[in-house]
Design a protein around this ligand. Structure first.
Ligand code: ZN
Length: 455
């Protein structure tokens, strides 16, 4: 049951088209949606829970546009490696995942995302061992348990090492198996309705782990089903060299030749893009999931966020990982996006409000979900984060948006998804945080033991 909730007395940052902010504002939630937002005393709503948000900033819930939840139980490995070194270390471990490891990892990872203000997360799951079980269903159950809005993508790899790809042959699948499983995933789980908590995407892994045939067929399948397309692209110079050597062109030209540019497509990372590639993506509405912490952790580079935004490319944020960004906090990605953009392009490269925009409505746009989520406006889903800014780390920061983006991560007073509390006074409502921790630790131990990794 969705509650009626009146959040009153806080600074409300709506991220609507006019970027309206109310220093002493309110948000009213009814039937799972925002019914009104404004300045001054909140209206009386019969039977509503009233949340005193004085000392708080109220924002749309954060939207995560790139992630690999299963990696939660393989964190802390190959910690000083490049992407290709890190992948070749981890592929054999990932080849041993099963329903329990994926379920434990997804529930823990989504629980932590909720605790850090995220209300909608995508997931890119692309490792499906032959005897691994129903891994997509396992992570979907995790999202249901935590209470987050979810867009898992049925990923895939079909280009093993013997065919010139990067992953070992035993972790790739046959193309027919992949296409059948992807169709099945959409048919079983995809909910396109306005109140949807679950949408499915199609996501072959990357140019160096997938054949051109699979990329083409996946695009046809996704468009036939009316779902979105995602892959990793332009993450490292190693990938760029791989594309030029194998395909005779850069990654974006390669994807364009396969029908993979469009407003229904978004790429993870998008770091090594020249002006022509950015122009192609802008002209087609192809989005980018910017993952600054993971990119820095792997030394992959810094995406040209200012240039992408100036050109009109939709940009959202992704925590990526979990094993290439052990922190998994979306607010930290907003902070890193701002800091890295400014380190690269000067103090005007990304404002504090731009950083919050890419974390919220920007991400919603990248996921093609901005008609329902990403801003606090009447009629939209009540996905709302209420952050405490009246404790030691933030109490004297003059601009609350700066406090949120530039300061340490504030305590989360309340997190609503579709009007339902998911975090209340810093505590996960639907799952027990300690139980998630114990379960993920056990799943990690079991997985690493199966994979022969000594801790
Ligand atoms: Zn990734």
């Amino acid at each position: 049951m969705s509650e009626r909730v009146v959040i009153s007395g806080g600074t409300v940052v709506t991220m609507d088209g006019g970027r309206s902010e109310y220093a002493d504002g309110y948000v009213v939630v009814e039937d799972g949606r925002v019914s009104s937002v404004g300045s001054g005393p909140a209206p009386h709503v019969e039977g509503a829970r009233v949340v005193d948000a004085r000392g708080c900033v109220v924002t749309p819930g954060l939207v995560n546009t790139h992630h690999h939840l299963y990696q939660w139980v393989t964190r802390g490995l190959a910690v000083d490696a490049t992407l290709f070194e890190w992948l070749t270390t981890l592929y054999p471990v990932w080849g041993c995942i099963d329903e329990e490891s994926v379920s434990a990892a997804a529930t823990a990872g989504l629980g932590w995302l909720a605790k850090t203000g995220c209300t909608t997360s995508m997931d890119h799951h692309y490792v499906f061992p032959a005897d691994g079980g129903d891994l997509l269903a396992a992570e979907i159950e995790g999202a249901r348990a935590v209470g987050l809005r979810f867009m898992p993508t049925r990923g895939s790899m079909d280009l093993g090492r013997s065919q010139g790809g990067l992953p070992p042959d035993h972790v790739v699948e046959e193309i027919d198996t992949i296409l059948a499983a992807t169709t099945d995933a959409v048919d079983r789980f995809h909910d396109a309705s306005p109140d949807s908590m679950l949408r499915i995407g199609v996501a072959p892994c990357s140019p160096f782990s997938v054949t051109d045939t699979l990329l083409k067929e996946a695009a046809v399948l996704a468009r036939d089903k009316g779902v979105r397309l995602h892959t990793h692209l332009a993450e490292t110079m190693d990938e760029d060299a791989f594309c030029r050597e194998r395909f005779g062109c850069g990654p974006v030209d390669y994807m364009e030749s396969l029908g993979w540019l469009g407003s229904d497509v978004w790429f993870g990372h998008g770091i090594h893009l020249d002006d022509a590639a950015i122009a192609s993506m802008a002209a087609t509405g192809t989005g980018v999931a910017h993952c600054p912490s993971s990119n820095a952790r792997l030394g992959a580079g810094i995406a040209r966020v200012r240039d992408l935004r100036d050109a009109g490319v939709p940009v959202g944020l992704g925590v990526d990982g979990a094993a290439s960004n052990e922190a998994n906090s979306l607010l930290e990605e907003a902070r890193h996006a701002l800091l890295f953009a400014r380190a690269r392009g000067g103090p005007q490269a990304l404002s504090v409000r731009d950083a919050l925009e890419v974390a919220t409505i920007g991400g919603a746009r990248v996921l093609g979900w901005d008609d329902q989520i990403g801003s606090l406006e009447p009629g939209k889903q009540a996905d709302v984060a209420v952050w405490r800014l009246d404790t030691l780390p933030h109490v004297d920061i003059v601009d609350p948006v700066a406090g949120l983006v530039l300061g340490d991560r504030p305590p989360l007073e309340l997190l609503l998804v579709g009007g339902r509390p998911v975090v209340d006074r810093g505590v996960l409502v639907n799952v027990d945080e300690d139980a998630l921790a114990h379960r993920s630790a056990a799943a990690s131990r079991a997985l690493l033991t199966r994979a022969g990794v000594t801790r």
